[in-house]
Structures are given as structure tokens and as C-alpha cells.
Design a binder for this molecule. Structure first.
Ligand SMILES: Cc1cc2nc3c(=O)[nH]c(=O)nc-3n(C[C@H](O)[C@H](O)[C@H](O)COP(=O)(O)OP(=O)(O)OC[C@H]3O[C@@H](n4cnc5c(N)ncnc54)[C@H](O)[C@@H]3O)c2cc1C
Length: 464
């Protein structure tokens, strides 16, 4: 075995998977996981742990995998991570734990994410559960939203002994894990729902179809329903648009709407009662993970798909793995290209997208080279559907219905970085609602920090 390289992992053939919604990555076998774990150098000062926002005890769990003690590896991971099967699949490990791995200096980093996924899948398959005999302390916490920030916060709060109720606006729990990230990257029944079931088993309660700010307000939860503290983890689900001509045409979607219809309402399933429009030729505008997910979904629904991105390939914000998978499957990348207008036919339906070519100029405030229009480079791509994937910001509903909750000019809730405390006493917040669109693991880390903040707050005299 070449110790400089990761043990290869099986994936569905690109030609086959471009036509189905089954998971792309097939995961390690027991033998492969043990072999990969044996590449860990067991550093005395493990930098990988510093690279993990929730500080999973990586060398310890990897050592257990190497010994074939997968159940013990699961116990170790569970101390810090309530959603390991999810994180093992979607975390940007290359810039976190694996980005710091010493093995990565001369060769490839240890496949920490794939090992975490292996251990979590093993535990789910064997029905191994986390202990849940936590002594109740008589205090109640309301958690708003059921994405990773809220799930991590709720998981830790029940361990401290709180009675925790999650209030979720939609009819299913999981946030973006369920309605954003597609099935072929993150299976819903087999992974997301099973990890949430583990939390229910630990004692977390979930009330679905409850839009806080409409069905009930934060004031009512605290003053009338007797909750001692509140955590807001409502994410950043409001899509941004470019403001160009034609954006309101029939056949233009935000990536959020498109993916929600496909994932949550199973629009990709031919037997679904909520079918989604299938374009012959689709333009996806943007270059992040969300754009890749929308493009690969449209591809699987039978379309020719173009990613339109205004900077160069090196600046694509999506994970390299996602770009690689999208290319392998046949997504076409029109880089250094920017849309200027969406063209419509006599019926108001999309029939093309007008673009200009760009070149990179001087670096901007983000340190990336600013894209500049090349004069006279206008051209049109014939498309019958456009998906806008330009980022999102938090929905204003919560802060517009809660007194004393300060936000930034972009509508993000202002919360203390260490403990999640907001400007409103007893109200904490974390995840995308605070940072704007970010990552699963950063949302979880914020949820965990807020759980500590809530525990400190409710344990102190101020809470009485
Ligand atoms: C398509 C897509 C792909 C992504 N891919 C990745 C990836 O590969 N890796 C990665 O790390 N990150 C990825 N992300 C980002 C990641 O999913 C988010 O950063 C993360 O889910 C944020 O978690 P959260 O708990 O803050 O919010 P969310 O996951 O957005 O959850 C918020 C929840 O709150 C609910 N809610 C909102 N308002 C209310 C209300 N008023 N009352 C009750 N409930 C409410 C929502 O319905 C939702 O369930 C992706 C995001 C998208 C959209």
C-alpha cells in the first residue's frame, strides 16, 4: 500500500450516476477503513483537532478504527459531534481537519471525513445509540429552527438536563440538510432522518409546522409558554437576485426554491405530486456549493446544464470535490462570464441568457481579483430555464416580531461569538442566522457554544 495516498473510495460511475439520485460516494468497507486509519501518524500535538470547529478527538477515534473497535470510535466522536454521518459527508474537510493533517505535507491527508462517515454509518447500521439518561434540571429551552445549529444546540442542552423543544416552520426537520443538499450527496431517509432520530431518542422534542413570528412569537414562548431561554437557529433562507432584466420570467428559479422542490417535495420522483419544471438547457448562475447542487440536480432531471460564473475556475467557491464531480457528470462550466439579461419569448418564458465575458483585474476587498467586463464581448446562450444561485440572507420574520433583537444591516442577528448571547436577555442565536450563509459544521459549532452560553445563563442568578 502507498502510505502517501488515501485508500481509494468507491463511487458510482459518473455516466450512471448522472441519471439517478442515489448517493455518489459509496463509503469505505471495514477493511478499507482500517487500512486508511493505519495511515494516521498519531501526532502528539494533533493539528487536525484544531482544524475541526467542534474539536472532535480525531486521533483517538482513528486509533479505534485502526483496531477495528468501531463502536468505541463512535462513542469518541459522539462526545463532540451529534451529526457525524452528515459531517463526514458534507464538511469541507480539505480546509479544516484534513487541511491541517501532517500526512498532507508530503502526500495526501488521512481521509478523516470518510472515516467519520464510516464510523457513523456503522453505528446506525448496528443500531448503536448514545446514552440518554440525563438528569432533568426542571428548566425548559425553546430552539427555533431544526437545522444543524439548532440540532447541535438541542443535543447538548438535553445532556445538561434541559427539557428542549425545537419549533420548525416546515413539515420536516433538518433545515438545509433536508431541503437544500441533494439526496445524491446526503441521503435523507438513511442518514439525515436517522441522525435526527438519535436526538429524539436522547429526549429532544420537535414541533413541526410552527412558524415562530407567526404561529407564536418569542415573547409568547418566554412569557406565556414558560420557556426559560430561547435559541434562534433560523438560518439564511432568503435568496439574493442580480436585479437584471428578465429575472421575473417564467422559468427563472432561485436555487433554494429549485432544490427545496426537488428534495423536500420529491419533485425528482416521477410519481411525485409536485413535479418540477425540467429545462432542456439550463443556466445556473453562481459558483458555490449551492450552484453545484442545483446544476447536478438539473442534470439528473435530463437537462444540458451550464454553470455561469464571473471569476476564473481558481476562484470557484464550491468545494473542489463538488466541482470535480459536476465536471465528471457532464456539467459545462462557462467561467469568466457574467449574465446581463434574461431573454423571454412572447409568452414570458425564458428563451436565452445574454452574457458578457470577463477578465480578472486588481484584487478587491475580499483579496480575490475583481472581474472586469471585456468590452464588446456580449453573447447569448439559448436556455429555457435559469437558476439563480447568488447567496442568501436571513429572513427578517424573527427579528421583526421580537423586541430588542439587534441585527446587522444585512439582517443577520448580532450574537456574542463565544456564547451566542443576543441583545435580548435569555435569547441566544447561532448558525447562518448570525453569520449569513456558511457551513454545516460552523453552524453546529455555534449551536454548541450557545448551549454552553444558555447553560451558564440559566445556572446563574440572573436567570431567576
Ligand atoms: C444547497 C446547499 C448546499 C450546501 N452544501 C453544503 C456543504 O456541502 N457543506 C457544508 O458544510 N455546508 C453546506 N451548505 C450550507 C449549510 O447547509 C448551512 O450553512 C447550514 O445548514 C446552516 O445551518 P443553520 O442551522 O444555521 O440553518 P438551516 O440549515 O438553514 O436551518 C434553519 C431552519 O430554521 C427553520 N426556520 C426558519 N425560520 C423559521 C421560523 N420563523 N420559525 C421556525 N423555523 C424557522 C427553517 O425552515 C430551517 O429548517 C449548503 C447550503 C445549501 C443551501
Amino acid at each position: 500500500m502507498d502510505m502517501l495516498k488515501k485508500v481509494p473510495i468507491s463511487e458510482q460511475d459518473p455516466k450512471v450516476r448522472a441519471h439517478n439520485f442515489d448517493e455518489v460516494c459509496l463509503g469505505y468497507t471495514e477493511e478499507e477503513a482500517i487500512l486508511e486509519a493505519s495511515r494516521c501518524l498519531e501526532c502528539k500535538n494533533p493539528l487536525c483537532v484544531m482544524g475541526c470547529p467542534v474539536s472532535v478527538h480525531i486521533p483517538q477515534f482513528v486509533a479505534k478504527v485502526k483496531e477495528g473497535k468501531f463502536d468505541e470510535a463512535f462513542e469518541i466522536i459522539s462526545e463532540c459531534n451529534t451529526l457525524p454521518a452528515i459531517c463526514g459527508r458534507v464538511c469541507p474537510q480539505e480546509s479544516q481537519c484534513e487541511g491541517k493533517c501532517i500526512r498532507g505535507i508530503k502526500g495526501e491527508a488521512v481521509a478523516i471525513g470518510k472515516l467519520e462517515r464510516f464510523v457513523a454509518d456503522f453505528a446506525m447500521e448496528k443500531g448503536i445509540r448514545r446514552p440518554h439518561s440525563h438528569k432533568k434540571n426542571g428548566k425548559r429551552v425553546a430552539v427555533i429552527g431544526s437545522g444543524p445549529a439548532s440540532l447541535a444546540c438541542a443535543g447538548d442542552l438535553v445532556k445538561y438536563g434541559y427539557e428542549v423543544t425545537i419549533f420548525e416552520a416546515l413539515h420536516e426537520a433538518g433545515g438545509v440538510l433536508l431541503y437544500g443538499i441533494p439526496e445524491f450527496r446526503l441521503p435523507k431517509e438513511e442518514v439525515v432522518k436517522k441522525e435526527i432520530a438519535m436526538l429524539l431518542h436522547m429526549g429532544v422534542k420537535i414541533e413541526l409546522n410552527t412558524v415562530v413570528g407567526k404561529s407564536v412569537t418569542i415573547d409568547e414562548l418566554m412569557d406565556e409558554e414558560g420557556f426559560d431561554a430561547v435559541f434562534i437557529g433560523t438560518g439564511a433562507g432568503l435568496p439574493k437576485f442580480m436585479g437584471i432584466k428578465g429575472e421575473n420570467a417564467n422559468g427563472v428559479f432561485s436555487a433554494n426554491e429549485y432544490l427545496t422542490r426537488s428534495n423536500l417535495m420529491k419533485a425528482y420522483d416521477e410519481n411525485s405530486t409536485t413535479p418540477i419544471m425540467r429545462g432542456n438547457k439550463v443556466a445556473v448562475v453562481g459558483g458555490g456549493n449551492v450552484a453545484m447542487d442545483a446544476a447536478r440536480t438539473a442534470l439528473r432531471l435530463g437537462s444540458e446544464v451550464h454553470i455561469i460564473y464571473r471569476r476564473s475556475e481558481a476562484e470557484l467557491p464550491a468545494r473542489k470535490e463538488e466541482v470535480h464531480h459536476a465536471k465528471e457528470e457532464g456539467v459545462i462550466f462557462d467561467i469568466l462570464t457574467n449574465p446581463t439579461e434574461i431573454l423571454t419569448d412572447n409568452n414570458g418564458c425564458v428563451c436565452g441568457i445574454k452574457c458578457v465575458k470577463m477578465e480578472l483585474g486588481e484584487p478587491d476587498a475580499s483579496g480575490r481579483r475583481r472581474p472586469v467586463v471585456i468590452e464588446g464581448s456580449e453573447f447569448t446562450i439559448d436556455v429555457d430555464m435559469v437558476i439563480m444561485s447568488l447567496g442568501t440572507c436571513p429572513n427578517p420574520l424573527i427579528h421583526s416580531t421580537t423586541d430588542g433583537l439587534n441585527t446587522t444591516k444585512h439582517g443577520c442577528i448580532i450574537a456574542d461569538e463565544i456564547n451566542g448571547q443576543t441583545s435580548r436577555k435569555g435569547v441566544f442565536a447561532g448558525g447562518d442566522a448570525v453569520t449569513g450563509a456558511a457551513t454545516v459544521i460552523l453552524a453546529m459549532s455555534a449551536g454548541r457554544s450557545a448551549a454552553v452560553g444558555i447553560h451558564d445563563y440559566l445556572s446563574s442568578k440572573n436567570a431567576t
